[in-house]
Design a protein around this ligand. Structure first.
Ligand SMILES: Cc1cc2nc3c(=O)[nH]c(=O)nc-3n(C[C@H](O)[C@H](O)[C@H](O)COP(=O)(O)OP(=O)(O)OC[C@H]3O[C@@H](n4cnc5c(N)ncnc54)[C@H](O)[C@@H]3O)c2cc1C
Length: 378
């Protein structure tokens, strides 16, 4: 395995860092965070850098770049304080290409190229999070007079404010064992969506959605009837790896800010970096940053070579989400009061916490990985 970046990858990382520095985006991010606004200016830079098409499959006209390049991009964007938790929509394109009808692909695929929110994904409900099953899902679809009607309440749905559609998991009202996905319009009178209060990731919206007999067509079905839980599952491992890139990228920013601060902040006539207790924080952070980077490059290489296992994806997500939270906590401690009041490390501290919950909680990653490990030694 050789992790030395190619010349193209180096140029791309350089271009990202130059663009992020040129625009001096930190004040802008602070404003967007305070106002709970999508960072359009930053999004335009991603577009200018070609990042929306970079990871889309070649068969759809994208550049088809793989996981190692993805890691380097997330690392470069995260290092500069970018809200990289927003940059994952392109992952939905694989499932769309695999399971979508021609009409659905023609309708949504161009939006991924433009960085526009094509559709939100509505699986979770107030009583269905980790456990998505006919017993917990209460959103239903009913066929009437040649149409299909959706009723129910979806919960925690990311990006739904800006999306016209929600890919919605619902069960057949007449045959509840059938869980099926439907593209349901959300900007229609019978649908209400409301942003939820949350402790971080303020540049993203997370929503409750209520469907009250929303009328759709049979052709709005995604994949086939009864395949609702499987139609998007093939991409889960890669999504978990990307979640891990996201956690690492944010932690890297906090880590580097804290190291610089330790060299500058004078207390009792000397830089705090000379104090052994501060060096302990530096060491704790460095070990985790190094371990995350090595693990992620290794697994990204495995992904690009068709060898990423389910256990590895879960190990990466669990290790990096926990480690990132630990690193950011140490970083905030080094920054002292300014860490809590107004530095970007405060924002990262709030933003990184979700990596232990969404996209499958840490407990679930542990269950998945541990089972696979035990199987190996049976
Ligand atoms: C900011 C945010 C964005 C989200 N975006 C989306 C989205 O776009 N679309 C969407 O559909 N959902 C989304 N979700 C929902 C997310 O996927 C769920 O929150 C997550 O799956 C956990 O479900 P839950 O919150 O209901 O917790 P629960 O499933 O109720 O879990 C509660 C606790 O019990 C633990 N637990 C549950 N089962 C087990 C088990 N078998 N073994 C051990 N421990 C277990 C969990 O790990 C957790 O600690 C989002 C959530 C958040 C907070």
């Amino acid at each position: 395995m050789d992790f030395k970046p190619t010349e193209e990858q180096e140029l791309m990382v350089q271009a990202i860092e130059e663009a992020m520095t040129r625009e001096n985006l930190e004040t802008y991010f602070q404003d967007c965070d305070k106002e709970h606004k999508h960072p359009k200016k930053w999004w335009d830079i991603l577009d200018e850098l070609g990042l929306f098409s970079m990871f889309l499959p070649e068969e759809a006209g994208g550049d088809g770049e793989g996981a190692v390049t993805m890691f380097l991009v997330m690392e470069a964007l995260g290092r500069c304080g970018g809200p990289i938790y927003l940059f994952w929509d392109h992952v939905k394109a694989d499932a769309l290409l695999e399971n979508g009808t021609k009409e659905q692909i023609d309708k949504f695929m161009p939006m991924f190229f433009e960085g526009k929110p094509a559709f939100a994904q509505g699986f979770s409900e107030p009583n269905a999070g980790t456990d998505l099953s006919p017993a917990t899902i209460s959103t239903t679809y009913t066929r009437r007079n040649g149409k299909v009607y959706i009723n129910g309440h979806k919960h925690f749905i990311s990006g739904a404010q800006d999306s016209d559609y929600c890919l919605t998991l619902a069960k057949n009202a007449e045959d509840p064992e059938q869980l099926t996905l439907w593209f349901v319009p959300t900007n229609v009178p019978n649908c209400k969506k409301e942003p939820m209060e949350k402790m971080g990731i303020n540049m993203e919206n997370v929503n409750d959605i209520w469907f009250d007999d929303v009328e759709i067509e049979e052709s709005d079905m995604f994949s086939f009837e009864g395949n609702g839980l499987m139609a998007t599952s093939k991409g889960f491992d890669y999504e978990r790896l990307i979640d891990a890139f996201n956690a690492y990228g944010q932690a890297l920013c906090a880590y580097e800010d804290a190291c610089r601060y330790a060299n500058q902040r004078i207390v009792k006539g000397q830089e705090i970096g000379r104090l052994q207790l501060i060096q302990n924080h530096i060491m704790e952070m460095t070990m985790r940053i190094e371990a995350m980077r090595n693990m992620l490059l290794h697994y990204a290489w495995n992904k690009d070579n068709g060898q990423l296992t389910r256990a590895e994806a879960s190990i990466a997500k669990q290790f990096c989400s926990e480690s990132a939270n630990i690193v950011v906590d140490h970083a905030l401690q080094i920054l002292g009061g300014i860490g809590f009041c107004g530095s970007r490390v405060s924002r990262i501290y709030r933003d990184v916490r979700i990596t232990r919950i969404s996209g499958g909680t840490g407990e679930i990653q542990t269950v998945i990985a541990a089972r696979q490990v035990l199987k190996k030694y049976r």
